[in-house]
Design a protein around this ligand. Sequence first.
Ligand code: FMN
Length: 185
Amino acid sequence: MLRIAIIIGSTRPGRRGEAVARWVHEIAQKRSDAKYELVDIADFNLPLLDEPNPPIFGQYTKPHTLAWSEVINSFDGYVFVTPEYNHATSGALKNAIDYLFNEWKDKAAGIVSYGGGTGGARAAENLRLILGELHVADVRAQVTLSLFTDFENYSILKPAPHQEAAANTLFDQVVSWSSALKALR
Ligand SMILES: Cc1cc2nc3c(=O)[nH]c(=O)nc-3n(C[C@H](O)[C@H](O)[C@H](O)COP(=O)(O)O)c2cc1C
């Protein structure tokens, strides 16, 4: 059975990211093509990257890196749930990604973004650039949730009706590429 992580990409107190990720996970739970699990980067208490060696060598020295590595390595694919901070993904998610290399490599990923008017589209583009360097195959389908149209009073998540179908298209693509890349790994 394929294992897909839904990664909560923000750590801010009062973050909207957790509700978004839980909504994504609820949709995933209705599917039978993979096992979907929530992964919260906040649980790993990763400081700003403090490993002395480049992650490509996998010579980790810190318990938090080993714990993060073990979890990320155990998945076949990922759905990144990213906020938009200053037209980019969050510093917390970038930092968590930077900690590892081979754990991400040759796996597939989809992106669910959220933010102001563009639904975090610029954060998603920024994230795609980063994923390319890690040999992560990011699928075309995307979910973009706007604070103006997918949240009540800009705070309570109430996704527009078409968003569930968009999430399922994203899952379809992540599952097919995750499965295909298994052979390469
Ligand atoms: C530091 C910061 C920068 C932001 N920059 C943008 C931005 O450039 N574009 C945008 O659409 N929203 C921006 N926002 C709004 C966030 O997308 C929105 O607050 C979102 O809920 C943040 O995710 P979080 O609640 O999970 O932390 C910004 C928010 C913060 C805190």
